[in-house]
Design a protein around this ligand. Structure first.
Ligand code: IDP
Ligand code: MG
Length: 136
């Protein structure tokens, strides 16, 4: 049965700064993702705090929110069969050191905090995150 899904992807400041956005988008397209909407924005720290609220008790929360709001990002809605899991697989592990060969984080990630991309982790969160950036 077909299970077309949408997921939210973010090309984070470390990757935008290094002009890796076109290469990363090409990796998505090569895996069959359609980029159905995208925009380049810079967010306020307060917005990053809302976006990453699930992590508010973590020791890295403050640095994470400072970082995500530190420069331009590209937010995208990606669509494909089983997009949420497929995107998590293409991104690779959170820590680029552990990411499998051929994944985005293995190729471009610098460190666990500067790991180049974000991807939704569930159907529920994908809806919330897409609305966060694209509902007007
Ligand atoms: P994910 O991005 O692979 O879903 P999460 O656990 O949801 O990983 O963490 C969100 C983001 O927080 C990560 O992408 C990374 O940038 C940052 N992060 C996660 N764990 C750590 C850590 O131990 N130290 C610093 N930053 C971290
Ligand atoms: Mg996550």
């Amino acid at each position: 049965m077909s299970n077309k899904e949408q997921t939210l992807s973010i090309i984070k400041p470390d990757a935008v700064e290094r002009n890796l956005d076109n290469e990363i988008k090409e990796m998505f397209r090569n895996k069959g993702f359609e980029i159905v909407n995208e925009k380049k924005i810079q967010i306020e720290k307060s917005e990053a705090e809302k976006f990453y609220k699930v992590h508010e008790t973590k020791p890295f929360y403050n640095d994470l929110c400072t970082y995500l709001s530190s420069g331009p990002i590209i937010v995208m809605i990606l669509e494909k069969e089983d997009a949420i899991l497929a995107n998590r697989e293409l991104m690779g592990s959170t820590n680029p050191k552990d990411a499998k060969e051929g994944t985005i984080r293995e190729k471009y990630g610098i460190s666990i905090d500067k790991n180049s991309v974000h991807g939704s982790d569930s159907v529920e969160n994908a809806k919330i995150e897409i609305d966060f950036f694209f509902k007007d």
